[in-house]
Design a binder for this molecule. Sequence first.
Ligand SMILES: Cc1cc2nc3c(=O)[nH]c(=O)nc-3n(C[C@H](O)[C@H](O)[C@H](O)COP(=O)(O)OP(=O)(O)OC[C@H]3O[C@@H](n4cnc5c(N)ncnc54)[C@H](O)[C@@H]3O)c2cc1C
Length: 494
Amino acid sequence: MKQYDLVVIGSGSGLMVLEAALGHGLRCAIVEKAKFGGTCLTKGCIPSKMLVYPADFIREAEMSERFGVKVERPQVDWNTISKRMWEQIDFTKKIRQYLTQQPNLDIYCGRGSFTGPHTMSIRHDDGAEDEEIHGENFVIAAGARSFVPEIDGLNDAGYLTTERFFGDKFPNKLWGHLAIVGGGPVSMEFAHFLSAYGVKITVVERADRILEKEEEEISEFVAGQFVKNGVEILTGCKTTSARTENGKKLLSVESSHGGARTVMCDEILIAAGVRSNADTLSMEKAGIALDPRGWIPTNEYLETSQPHIYALGDINGKYQFRHKANYEAQILANNLFKANEKTAVDYNTVPWAIFTNPQVAHVGMTERELQEKGIAYRSAKNHYSEVVAGRAMGYRAGDGDDGFVKMLAGENAQILGAHIVGAQAAVLLQPFVYLMQTGYHCKNKLERSKTELHMECLKLICPQIGGYASILDSMIIHPSLNELTAWVFEKLEQ
Ligand SMILES: Cc1cc2nc3c(=O)[nH]c(=O)nc-3n(C[C@H](O)[C@H](O)[C@H](O)COP(=O)(O)OP(=O)(O)OC[C@H]3O[C@@H](n4cnc5c(N)ncnc54)[C@H](O)[C@@H]3O)c2cc1C
């Protein structure tokens, strides 16, 4: 049986830890059952954004008449759009090639599952006999896959998931009408780009609103824009069955408020969240119990209940974004190979963006979360139409697409939550992540130091840490959208 210092399962963010281990001369194995690069590169963030950008362009062109530029409805060249997308996915080949050149590394293409706390069996893709390997340490970065809800007749009717869409079922020609089950970030991004390309979209969501994790007013705002663009959104609706008839697919939908209807479409996309890949790993043989939802529990050092097995990324069930997975991989690599002192992961400032049109960006708590936790806060809002840059882009007060920033702040001008809906929301949000991070970073340090004197000194030196005071004291480039996010604090001060 081959022996390794480190076995990494999953070639998404797991590759970052693998590289660090190889850099330290460890003998390593990587186990991957699909394309190298993981979900983000081969069937997630990256290919989807290659489809989002042209769609954004179409939506922007549609509003250009407001500032005096008339454009014909843009013609979509699906072949070119797809080709650009596949070029990104094909980066997987470069990763594979790079890995094959690494000394001290064995590559296993197949599904790994534990046979004991230190042993793993690999079922090879090419049908070769299963192979067992031994690892001193394991990093599980095996991610998640689409969750497919129980819907009568769905298998017979046939359906897509994001994995199939970015895989063997990628359409050479777009459908006339697509039904999407699920109203979360991934489904709404699909609804955005496909509707911009001319596909009629019906979204069926069980909850009473799409994008449930966002501020209620942001969900409502985004839904309004989708409806304006012809997307049908059925909220509070459960998909009960699916069937085919005369070459069409039919979804039966029941509303929680009473009533039922049938959605007739050409294809069904199931994008109703994700489930853990831990069920493929026989974790019980490694002596690790999963949490009730199937995720692998980890502590602040990404350690599982087995001291030599670590888990990071989607599979630990916390904030399923690629930047969070990369952050964890970085912390783990440092803890394992560099630092004298271990660093704990800190999820206080996990930001995210939803690449719909309008974009949504989020960091910190929502107003509802603050209320539930009983935290005192003040809130203020600023609309795009309130700053020159927004007005120049065509946003007008009172219009349905006049997006906004909503800021939530607590004692000592601490930023507790920042939420943006509108053009460039992801870019506009990032400075608040930095500011909040400095605050939490210092707070953590202070709490750990337990030295009263030290704490008092730090507070005296920098009372503004983690707060927005530096924004009020700074010059803001005029006229730019930064005024949208900076001037909201003046409203908070009033
Ligand atoms: C359509 C879509 C769009 C997204 N857009 C964004 C976005 O814009 N921004 C963002 O931050 N996040 C986005 N995400 C989420 C993001 O892709 C994930 O959070 C991220 O890829 C998780 O990384 P990971 O390393 O944990 O797992 P993954 O990248 O999923 O890697 C896990 C790897 O493990 C392999 N594997 C699983 N089980 C086994 C096994 N038993 N044996 C061997 N190999 C195994 C899998 O094949 C996979 O390659 C998107 C996801 C989707 C589906």
